[in-house]
Write a protein of this length. Structure first.
Length: 427
């Protein structure tokens, strides 16, 4: 297939996948969301949240506490959702339509945004003195709470005790964020933005592109010891590998991240195995290979290590020092050559002839797919453009931040993985 045709076909395929924030909310289509609004200034943002949920295809019904109606009118929410807004527990007319027990049975998700400190306290103690708290007692649907309050109220031990109780009952807590508050304070307690809340709600329904697949990802640099205090290493920040691990876990994969020394937190739902040297990374990779469906080598593995490691710190007595270096094992080639090999994906950071050098690495290392990019513009940076190369095609991914490009990479990996598992893997 001509390169251009392959690229066009791939990009149109990719554009139908979950490549950006809007597409990511696909999982909300046809979902029933009961949006509970309690009394707080952030209630004005709930109008936008209701609109975003509806735009993503959800059927939204709104329940407001009496205090919430002081901040935003039920009419606004009714206009945005196309559904009657419920406010009263003891309302004969409403009970004749969708009564409170029916309403409690209706949703796939109850999302309370904003959830005031008072509301959290009432739910934690199991009260049912208004429609919304009654619904929370009666519903079997999952519940997500988006706290919003003054920073001192948020930091109060009573609020934290209540949240601990609610989280222990299986309720999801979305946020809060930190920053400027309506009262003039700055600190934690701001409600997350509507877009963030809609995405978090969508994530609860994700079955995931990579659901159930086992991914092993190497990331970061390796360090090769010269003596007890010195080492050889490189500038890899680990950001690309960590972004891939985070996005793969969000897409439902079971992810093991074999990481060299980096200053990054472990992404949610990812199992991290810490290593220092190339040899340790190889040992960990071989230990994780059985049962691995997809192996992605993002690590910038040091190609050489000192032939011997001095037992004591080297003294600077001589005017010059010669270090003898020996080649490190090639981890990804070793994995790609295993008899039971996973689908194997490499990376190549090049300083010149990016595509040509990448293509020769793809072949030499027997990889299924390789992402090549310009080393100087990538190391430590948050943005990336990459060439995706495979045996008979290529595509350009990005430019975009590493999370966005990571999602594009995973969509592509998944497409190639699926076509490969239907045909015998080449040796
Ligand atoms: O040969 P080069 O280092 O450019 O190849 C890059 C690819 O090979 C990356 O996927 C990297 O993680 C992997 N690699 C490896 N072991 C090495 C060197 C590179 O797994 N010793």
């Amino acid at each position: 297939m001509p390169v251009d045709a392959a690229e066009t076909r791939l990009l149109s395929w990719l554009s139908n996948r979950r490549l950006n924030e809007t597409v990511r909310m696909n999982s909300l289509a046809n979902k029933r969301i009961l949006l509970g609004i309690t009394g707080g200034i952030a209630a004005y943002k709930s109008a936008e949240l209701a609109r975003l949920l509806g735009k993503a295809g959800a059927d939204v019904r709104v329940v407001m506490t009496p205090a919430a109606t002081q901040f935003i009118t039920p009419l606004t929410l009714q206009a945005l959702t196309g559904n009657r807004v419920h406010t009263e527990l003891l309302d004969a007319e409403a009970e004749a339509g969708m009564g409170h027990i029916e309403l409690a049975r209706w949703p796939d998700l109850v999302l309370i945004a904003p959830a005031s400190a008072d509301f959290l306290a009432r739910v934690a103690s199991g009260q049912a003195d208004d429609l919304l708290s009654t619904l929370l007692l009666a519903t079997r649907a999952p519940v997500a709470l988006a706290p919003a309050m003054n920073q001192a109220m948020w930091l109060n031990a009573a609020t934290h005790d209540n949240l601990r109780v609610l989280a222990a009952r299986g309720m999801q807590i979305f946020g809060p964020a930190e920053g400027e508050q309506a009262c003039g304070d700055t600190g934690p307690g701001r409600m997350l933005e509507p877009q963030q809340l809609a995405e978090k709600a969508a994530a609860l329904f994700e079955t995931g592109l990579l659901a159930g697949l086992r991914l092993v990802i190497t990331a970061g640099p390796t360090r090769e010891a010269i003596d007890p205090v010195r080492y050889i290493s490189n500038h890899s920040s680990g950001k690309m590998g960590y972004a891939l691990a985070a996005e793969a876990a969000a897409a439902g994969a079971l992810v093991t991240l074999i990481s060299g020394p980096v200053a990054l937190p472990v992404p949610e739902r990812v199992r991290r195995v810490d290593v220092v040297s190339a040899q340790q990374m190889l040992d960990a990779s071989l230990a994780e290979a059985p049962g691995c469906d997809i192996f992605i080598g993002v690590a910038a593995v040091a190609d050489y290590r000192p032939a011997s490691v001095a037992a004591q710190k080297l003294k600077k007595t001589a005017q010059s020092l010669k270090l003898e270096l020996v080649r490190n094992p090639d981890i990804i080639s070793t994995i790609a050559s295993l008899e039971q090999r996973p689908f194997t994906v490499g990376f190549a950071a090049e300083t010149e002839d990016v595509d040509a050098n990448g293509a020769s690495k793809l072949q030499r290392k027997k990889l299924d797919l390789l992402f090549a990019n310009h080393a100087t513009s990538t190391f430590g940076s948050d943005a990336i453009t990459a060439s995706a190369l495979w045996s008979d095609g290529r595509a350009t991914l990005g430019p975009g931040n590493k999370s966005l490009v990571a999602r594009q990479m995973l969509a592509l990996i998944h497409a190639h993985y699926l076509s490969l598992i239907h045909t015998p893997v080449k040796s």
